[in-house]
Design a protein around this ligand. Sequence first.
Ligand SMILES: [Zn+2]
Length: 699
Amino acid sequence: MRRLTALGAAVLLTAGCSSPDDGAMPLGFSRASVEAQRALERRVIERADSGRVRELHRELTRLPHPAGSIRDRQLAGWIARQYTEAGLDDVRITTHEVLLPRPLEVSVEMTQPHTWRAEMRDATDGAPGPTSPSPREMLPYHAFSASGEVSAPVVYAGPGTPADYEWLARRGVDVKGRIVLVHSTGVYRYRGLAAFTAQQFGAAAVLMFTVREKVASAAGPPGHDATAMAGIERGSILYDFFYPGDPQTPGWASVPGARRLPRSEARTLPRIISVPISAVDARLILSTLEGPAAPEWWGRDAARDHVGPGAAPVQVRVQIDDTVRPVWTVTGILRGREEPDSIVVVGNHRDAWVFGGVDPSTGTASLLELVRVLGMLCREGWSPKRSLLFASWDAEEFGLTSSTEWAEQHAEWLRSRAVAYLNVDGAASGSRFVAGGSPSLREVIATAAGAVVDPSTGVSVLSTERGRDAQDRGIPAAGTDGDVIADRLGGGSDYTVFLNHLGVPSVDLGFNGDDWAYHTAFDTHQYVDRVTDPGFRYTTTMTRLLGVAATRLVSADVVPIDPVAAAAAIRAYWREIEPRVPRNAGGSQAVEAALDDLARAAQALGRRRDLALGSGDSGQYGDLNRRLLQLERSFIEDGGLPGREWYKHVLMAPARSYQPLVLPGLAEALDSADAGRFASQAERLAAALRRAAVLLTER
Ligand SMILES: [Zn+2]
């Protein structure tokens, strides 16, 4: 799913030396092996073909393919055949049985002051919307909405944050038992949080609409005013900030026959009715509201908007068929020659709300092209040192479902063997390179981005100048023109189980832009080819970038996991929250001391690695790799975060909004002003940092 600009990081780390052919040694390579790697990268870059990427994309987006549909199953088989033809080993389709709600009926209507019914399809003003074989497959809905019927007045709650409900309450506007209307504008506003907040404040139902400021007319019907387009943003409202995946199997895999929690015990299932509507229909409802004027900070059209409650009731009816259905994960392996048991995983989801133009098929096409290119290079004699596993996930849109279930099923295997996880959701909705992830992978991603040419500018995707420019202006990642790599990840795509549950260093990559068709039926092949990525140039650039990063991870003498960058980033996280930490708070000194231990240990290992690589002392590589491969696992705390124990990484977790939250145990203890909890979380953090320091240096 991954929201438009997925990274809201406060601290950015931009690339240092990363222009193409700058001669610097890529991290982890000895002189003896670097030339072969450079030659391989040149072939990956040359062979990636945008014409082929376009053809793959056309096939992937030909029909709607929501998770669990017949077309989704057909595409799983088609991808498995692509893997096999490319020469991947052990190609498998793994089935999980998960809760997968589908809409039977979704309606919003009024009988006073006039009779009106919301248009529950993506449409342009006066012109028909995209058509498909079955209107049922196109019906916009919120996955995991409760079923039921509500007839009540509407209250407009702006963005729908707790502050907005408190503002309404101060003006005597009660939302209890009423239908709230909320809009989503800012980046990173997870609709599940809007539903959760409405439920907490006692609303009976919630209607959501998306304001899209910039609309590209090129994708609309010829001559049509695209600003009037009424796309409806589908999506899940699962409360996956408690845990992602199948709501009835938290922490274990939904293999056929698995134990399932009763639904009443599944904390991630909403109890509120929730429906997405178009901005055009929302405007009509708003025009019927009186009462206090909306506050300015809600933006939009505050001068015109009133918050209600409306004089006449609105009827909302939702019937969901929520049965347990199969979903399909496709995997295949390029077997490593020297360390076949060390695995780099590259994944992307396949399921789409409708046609899945940008999201996810640009990612799927870029990965399939990489599989084809690497398969070809293997036939010509290349073989990776470590293994490379490709995955096509399913039901990501429902709650990161198949990646979560698959990784829970293979948890022990991944804990002992996984080197890194590279995620691509939509590969290209524009030209701005945005990445985020484990700080230990920053160097390999930044230098891979530096090795690949940006098709618009003709210089590297992440050149020194562009990186510096972003840094000088002190700009945040989201909503800027600068290319950035953030040293953290929030929520919203398939890396979550790898990073936050299992402690596999992970990164999420994309070329971002204004994607007004996000999760609507307008997100098609034509939309990508005409609007977001004409000629599939950035989708193909992603193939190249991933190819460079993945082959470095599987080919380096010493895995390019950077412990020094990790230690520095953790210290920066601590500095970020330090102003909120009370003086002499319990555990603070232990954290400071452990940060020093880790920094020293990381420096020592870095020196050892550089000496070994510099002298070609290959006898040391195995020991260095063993330590680096387990580094991120040190940051996993089995007890998990209080109240959401599935999230076990002590350095980062998604906030409920999907924003990245660093040192989440400490941050949440500070939020709850609980000194005892802060002290115990600080001790846990210090223990994790000491584990990492010992791992890097013990004899
Ligand atoms: Zn997606």
